[in-house]
Design a protein around this ligand. Structure first.
Ligand SMILES: [Zn+2]
Ligand SMILES: [Zn+2]
Length: 137
């Protein structure tokens, strides 16, 4: 049985695929991608800003950012094509969050892990104590 889902763009019910959008929207996005891509491939447009691209191509900024996050457009190749970090809003050119937030996230994760290990070993020593207690009783 084919699984049905609602398209995240237009809400149409469609047969679920690898994509979270329906075939119609997919084709629209592909067409939009080609427009943006062709625009950026033009040497003189390499340094266009997001606002300029939106204005000239008529493509939604959100869609262009989606292409960037998917890595289909490499913002690192286009100096002015930065977008906001999902955590702090800093301008970034690749991934979903900036390097600062990535580092913070990693640190938080490490701390969380360290804390877990600590509580585990604490638990263990408590148990040891109990055992000793019983042993001497
Ligand atoms: Zn759709
Ligand atoms: Zn950030």
């Amino acid at each position: 049985m084919a699984e049905l889902a609602n398209c995240t763009r237009c809400d149409t019910l469609y047969v679920k695929t690898m994509r979270d959008i329906c075939q119609g929207c997919y084709q629209e996005e592909e067409a939009a991608f080609k427009v943006v891509y062709r625009f950026l491939m033009d040497q003189k447009n390499r340094e266009a800003s997001m606002a300029e691209i939106v204005e000239v191509t008529g493509i939604d900024e959100a869609l262009i950012i989606k292409f960037l996050k998917e890595g289909r457009l490499q913002a690192s190749q286009f100096p002015n094509l930065a977008y906001a970090c999902e955590q702090c809003g800093t301008s970034i050119v690749s991934g979903r969050i900036c390097s600062h937030c990535t580092a913070q996230l990693k640190q938080a994760l490490n701390e969380h892990e360290a804390l877990q290990t600590k509580s585990q070993s604490k638990h263990k020593s408590d148990k040891d104590k109990t055992n000793t207690y019983y042993f001497f009783k």
